[in-house]
Design a protein around this ligand. Structure first.
Ligand SMILES: Nc1ncnc2c1ncn2[C@@H]1O[C@H](COP(=O)(O)OP(=O)(O)OP(=O)(O)O)[C@@H](O)[C@H]1O
Ligand SMILES: O=P(O)(O)OC[C@H]1O[C@H](OP(=O)(O)OP(=O)(O)O)[C@H](O)[C@@H]1O
Ligand SMILES: O=C(O)c1cccnc1
Length: 495
């Protein structure tokens, strides 16, 4: 999918915070623009008080970086920008530099559909400071949102326990682009289809739907409306039964189903969109079964989310298909993932990357210095722990200890020889050239499912999930501690 071409007709370079451009200008002016740096994109806490996050959005990032350039109109726009004193905001030389800028970074990232955890890099960008800096906002914009919605979708699908979840969110989504990105991410997270036809066309997602109350209301009677719908779609009708009286609606659906059957056709089912969904779905199941329609599906919708679905399952509701809109595509209970993008190393004059630390009053916010990758260890296809390690460091095959970056008392011994392992950050761009081809969306969705299956259910429960172990390899932990002490000493020395 070519997001830049199909949706934005060209360059997206100005889809950034103004401060990225002012910093880029200042880097250029101070001669630091080409200095090599490393930045990591990561988040600090799972959304929805959950125990996992599902990464999504990399295909957009690839498209963004592949088309990264400042077009003629972009430069024209920047050249007429004025500083508060009325002088041009940017020097001509800088604008010329931008107009000739070619993307040349290395990017390593987790594949879409990977389950990811706090503090571990989801994306690592290595390249000239100016380019790394300019990528901050768009990368966060893309990955924060799609990962958030993919995670919400995964939670909703886990609650539905394998029954299809139809995504109905377009009318309530955050604008046009938010809706499209949400439909894509929801599909990656496990939804069976979207009601958004454009998302179907752009991303190759299955499209499905039923009909609205307006269809029923446009006829004199509900029965006539069902009959006319059955005429139009004899093999795929799902009747919305709650416009007037739900029980009577179910009976009307059965009448039309019986008429269809005489013609050798079969109704697919009914949809209930209001009232007590447990009560009405159970009544519907009884009536449908008695009338000889045990295969007819019962679709439920109306402000559903993972918690209501879990509750309805606990009440033994007879619902087979779940229509979910608003609470999925708006990530109703948590509006943003909160991933950040931080510098972790910079190349010095002697050509060596120097790890960088930022100490903070909150220990949670002290970054992880250096150039890392993340290893996931598996035992019999079950994920057992993730280890963030310095990429050039040999891991002791006889064993190492991983240390929780937010609580050094939490440690776990890892014996690599006993496990299978996977490096989660894969090369995506090398010196600006794409070296990775995004799988098609079906494959991404399958990966998400396989990844979720590889985690114990205790990490996936909706309430108070069990913490999955993620830690720093001991050498990285020691480097971090050393740099923190050095920084503190400098701080005290300066005080
Ligand atoms: N048995 C149930 N257990 C838990 N939650 C339910 C049950 N039945 C319905 N719900 C949920 O309760 C909420 C009901 O909301 P609301 O009162 O707005 O619906 P309603 O009475 O059907 O009216 P409307 O037609 O305006 O949607 C919805 O979120 C719905 O999914
Ligand atoms: O509830 P959601 O999860 O967002 O799912 C989509 C909703 O959109 C439709 O109705 P709409 O809300 O437009 O009107 P209605 O509820 O008054 O029928 C549909 O009938 C669902 O109720
Ligand atoms: O197809 C449906 O039933 C549908 C689509 C959008 C919103 N609500 C329901």
């Amino acid at each position: 999918m070519k997001i830049t071409k199909d949706l934005y007709q060209g360059s997206l370079a100005l889809l950034t915070d103004f401060y990225q451009l002012t910093m880029a200008y200042a880097y250029w002016k101070s001669g630091k623009g080409e200095q090599e740096a490393v930045f990591n994109l990561f988040f600090r806490k799972h959304p929805f008080q959950g125990g996992f996050t599902l990464a999504a959005g990399l295909d957009y990032v690839i498209d963004y970086c592949s088309n990264f350039r400042f077009g003629k109109e972009d430069i024209e726009y920047l050249s007429q920008m004025k500083a508060p004193d009325g002088s041009p905001q940017f020097e001509k030389g800088f604008l010329e530099y931008l107009s000739e800028l070619k993307f040349s970074c290395d990017i390593d990232a987790v594949e879409e559909g990977t389950v990811v955890f706090p503090n571990a890099p989801m994306v690592r960008v290595k390249g000239p400071l100016i380019q790394c800096q300019l990528l901050e906002t768009p990368l966060l914009n893309i990955l924060n949102f799609q990962s958030l919605i993919a995670t919400k979708a995964a939670r909703i699908n886990l609650a539905a326990k394998g029954e299809p979840v139809l995504e109905f969110g377009l009318r309530r989504a955050q604008g046009i682009d938010g809706a499209l990105a949400a439909s894509r991410a929801a599909y990656i997270g496990g939804c069976a289809s979207t009601s958004n036809v454009m998302a179907g066309k752009l991303f190759g997602i299955p499209v499905s739907g039923t009909h609205a109350h307006s269809w029923i209301m446009s006829f004199e009677t509900e029965l006539e409306a069902f009959e006319a719908y059955a005429d139009a779609f004899p093999n795929q009708c799902v009747f919305l039964v709650d416009t007037y009286d739900t029980i009577n609606g179910i009976k009307n659906a059965i009448k039309v189903g019986q008429a269809l059957r005489k013609k050798g056709k079969e109704m697919m089912g009914i949809r209930i969109d209001s009232g007590d969904l447990a009560y009405f779905s159970n009544q519907a199941r009884e009536l449908l079964d008695e009338a000889g329609f045990p295969e007819a599906k019962i679709v439920a919708s109306n402000d559903l989310d993972e918690h209501i679905i879990t509750s309805l399952k606990g009440q033994e509701a007879s619902i087979n298909v779940w229509g979910v809109g608003t609470k999925l595509v708006t990530a109703f209970d948590q509006p943003a993932l909160g991933a950040v993008y931080k510098l972790s190393a910079i190349k010095t004059e002697n050509g060596i990357f120097q790890p960088k630390i930022k100490i903070s009053q909150q220990s949670l916010k002290i970054n992880i210095p250096g150039i890392h990758n993340v290893k996931r260890y598996y035992s019999n296809d079950k994920a057992v722990a993730d280890m963030i390690y310095l990429e050039n460091e040999e891991i002791n095959p006889r064993g190492t200890v991983i240390i929780d970056p937010t609580d050094p008392t939490r440690r776990k011994r890892i014996m690599p020889a006993f496990y299978q392992e996977e490096d989660l950050l894969k090369p995506i761009f090398k010196k600006g050239k794409a070296v990775y081809q995004s799988p098609d969306i079906q494959k991404i969705r399958e990966r998400a499912q396989k990844q979720l299956d590889s985690f114990d259910k205790t990490h996936k429960r909706l309430v108070n999930p069990h913490l999955y172990p993620v830690g720093l390899e001991e050498n990285l932990h020691h480097l971090r501690m050393e740099l923190v002490l050095q920084a503190k000493k400098m701080e005290n020395g300066n005080a």
